[in-house]
Design a protein around this ligand. Structure first.
Ligand code: PDD
Length: 284
């Protein structure tokens, strides 16, 4: 059984308690982060903490703890669970209060929950085969840059992908791809340019995305940040997604269209290798 952290206490997962009046439960009034662990060390921790701060600020929520304390909680969870490879989820909500649409008084303590999830991140079988995605309308709210716990639509979209025999969905708005259900989306054009849409309120500002765009530029892959249409994606030479839990994952089919040779492309494979090398070297 896992040891989890809940509001100052480390305890077995079946003894962890959150109030029924928690605003995360009643209003999805909370934000989260997912940090990967490789070899018992945290990947890009400061990036995830910077985005957490931003999510909290955008929602006028107080930070539940300082960054040093959050780092210490992450490390204790790795130790207590003997976690070698996997993810740590950090969930913060505006706390518990009588049910009211208005925010509770500012001195209401935030709720803070962290838990681990072991996973073979490096050796996912899909890295070899690539994944298939289907396109679905992007029906999420208009502040996707805030990493809130309102994940119902991404869940619905993943279920729709599964129903259609695919692995994941790419979300479409005004004929262009916004991003994947839980990852950022990229294509490579016939002339070898890496395309991904620019940052805005329409997508989550992926921590992996920042690293990948920097590494691509450093390794001579030309990058263009612009929106791309579903049609352009279907005719692309390569496609892939990035996230903390998948790193770089090749996409080999979009709806009925097979991408490139139907197997992971060279740029996706190269970026995955380079990303993993750097991630492990800089993990803390
Ligand atoms: N998802 N876009 C969306 C909608 C996401 O949920 C995520 C992350 C990303 C990639 O961000 P990053 O590179 O910082 O992980 C993009 C996490 C992994 C999740 O919910 O499981």
């Amino acid at each position: 059984m896992r040891t989890v952290y809940v509001n100052g206490i480390f305890c077995p997962e079946n003894q962890a308690v959150v109030s029924v009046f928690d605003r995360g439960f009643l209003f999805a009034d909370g934000v989260y982060e997912v940090t990967s662990v490789l070899g018992g060390r945290l990947i890009d921790f400061s990036g995830h903490m910077a985005r957490l701060r931003r999510s909290l600020d955008e929602l006028s929520m107080a930070a539940p703890a300082g960054e040093d304390e959050l780092l210490s909680i992450h490390r204790q969870l790795v130790d207590k669970n003997g976690l070698d490879e996997g993810m740590i989820y950090l969930q913060v909500t505006r706390g518990s209060a009588d049910r009211d649409f208005l925010y509770p008084p500012e001195d209401t303590p935030a709720s803070l929950v962290l838990f681990t999830q072991a996973a073979n991140l490096r050796a996912r079988p899909q890295v070899q085969t690539g994944i298939r995605v289907v396109t679905v309308p992007d029906l999420r709210w208009q502040r996707r840059d805030i990493k809130t716990v309102q994940l119902l639509y991404p869940s619905m979209a993943k279920m729709e992908a599964k129903r259609r025999g695919a692995d994941d969905a790419w979300l479409v708005e005004d004929e262009v791809i916004t991003e994947g259900t839980s990852n950022n989306a990229y294509i490579v054009t016939a002339d070898g340019k890496l395309i991904t849409r620019p940052l805005s309120h329409s997508i989550l500002h992926g921590i992996t995305r920042t690293a990948i765009l920097r590494l691509a530029a450093e390794h001579g892959v030309p990058v263009e940040e612009r929106p791309f249409t579903v049609e352009e994606a279907k005719q692309s030479r390569e496609a892939f997604v990035t996230s903390a839990s998948t790193f770089v994952m090749p996409v080999v089919q979009i709806d009925e269209a097979v991408i490139g040779e139907g197997s992971p492309g060279p740029i996706a494979r190269k970026l995955r290798t380079i990303y993993l090398e750097e991630a492990e070297r800089t993990a803390i």
